[in-house]
Design a protein around this ligand. Structure first.
Ligand code: FAD
Length: 330
């Protein structure tokens, strides 16, 4: 059977593995100790935060079919949020997602989608791939200098810059990947021992260093005390990602307090996470496939399909269709 190494256990890596597992022997290498990548949940008991992807849409029939089993088994639910758009510190629009296209969340956390997809997949955790070489078959090396088996194919599903840094320079698409810019994001997590009187569940914010505010506990099947999940703007994060983390946290707390009109110094729990490669800077960059059939290497990820969870799925889906069409994988 064809042996395939997949780098990364985010949504695109797990989708690739699921779509190929009947036809090939799959091993995923993941640098962290869990699945989900940017679609993950931070536990700081009693507080829980979805500190990456907040929700996802399913606009295509192929993604709708893919998520149907998760829906049937209660792994995802529709989030009918009371939604507002805020400009500066003014609410300029109120809507209810109940009346619009469905926005889905994993339950009881976003990471449950990845956990569902990881079932029965061979995943080697705490294994950061640092280089690849080919001598008939592919050999991967991790940051402990461990050599990892011989694979027929390698599929990278990690963010564009990270992929360009580890893939061999003679792979034809590496220079193209390196041009795909990804923006950073700070995720500010605040936990409270009593609820704040906020009259929305989710807000997109413009003209501010904040881009998103959500009451995490208002998503379906969340328990625990009141929590706020706040994302910075890409512009603020790109300018401060290597700066002082505490200073960024103080600034974003002050900004949020001003927007929602509540003092946030009473937060019982506060922390900030830096996503260095959070989102594709160009959301229109769609439908690019990175695939070299001679060297048997490919790359996908949300960044090659405009970003977002559905983009991650679509990039993996398209890559697998191409692979299956061109090769009789056995
Ligand atoms: P990733 O999730 O990044 O997966 C890559 C995996 O590879 C990770 O697990 C990583 O640990 C691993 N890895 C990296 N380098 C190596 C290496 N060298 N060796 C081994 N493993 C490695 N999308 C939406 O649809 N809706 C939203 O509301 C939304 N909000 C977001 C908010 C934030 C703050 C962020 C950061 C993202 C958001 N997104 C949202 C985008 C969404 O999270 C991504 O599009 C999607 O999760 C990307 O999946 P992926 O598998 O392509 O990449």
């Amino acid at each position: 059977m064809t042996r395939i190494a997949i780098i990364g256990a985010g949504i695109s890596g797990l989708t690739t593995a699921n779509l190929l597992k009947q036809d090939a022997e799959i091993t995923i290498f993941e640098k962290s100790n869990g699945v989900g990548g940017r679609m993950s949940t931070r536990r700081a008991e009693p507080y829980f935060f979805d500190h990456g992807a907040q929700y996802f849409t399913a606009k295509t029939t192929k993604f709708q079919s893919f998520i149907q089993p998760m829906h049937d088994q209660g792994i995802i639910e529709r989030w009918n949020a009371r939604y507002v758009r805020i400009d500066g510190d003014q609410i300029i629009e109120r809507r209810n997602w109940h009346d619009e296209i469905p926005r889905y969340v994993g339950v009881p956390g976003m990471n449950h989608v990845a956990k569902f997809l990881a079932d029965s997949i061979d995943i080697r955790f705490n294994t950061r791939i640092t280089s690849l070489s080919q001598n008939g078959k592919w050999q991967l090396t991790d940051d402990q200098h461990q050599q990892l088996d011989d694979f027929d194919w390698v599929i990278s599903t990690i963010p564009s810059y990270q992929a360009a840094a580890i893939l061999p320079k003679n792979v034809p698409f590496v220079s193209d990947i390196n041009t795909i810019k990804m923006s950073a994001c700070f995720a500010l997590m605040l936990g409270f021992n009593k609820s704040l009187p906020i009259e929305f569940d989710a807000a997109h914010v413009t003209n501010s260093d904040i881009s998103w505010i959500a009451v995490n506990r208002q998503k379906p099947k969340r328990s625990g005390p009141f929590t706020l999940m706040i994302h910075s703007s890409a512009k603020y994060a790109d300018a401060h990602i290597d700066g002082d983390r505490d200073q960024a946290m103080r600034h974003l707390i002050e900004e949020t307090a001003q927007i929602i009109g509540h003092d946030l110094t009473s937060a019982d729990y506060k922390t900030i996470h830096r996503w260095r490669y959070a989102n594709n800077a160009n959301r229109d960059q769609m439908n690019i496939s990175f695939f070299d059939h001679e060297q048997k290497i490919a790359a996908c990820g949300d960044w090659s399909h405009g970003g977002r969870v559905e983009g991650a799925f679509t990039s993996a889906y398209d890559l697998v269709q191409k692979l299956k069409k061109q090769y009789f994988i056995k």
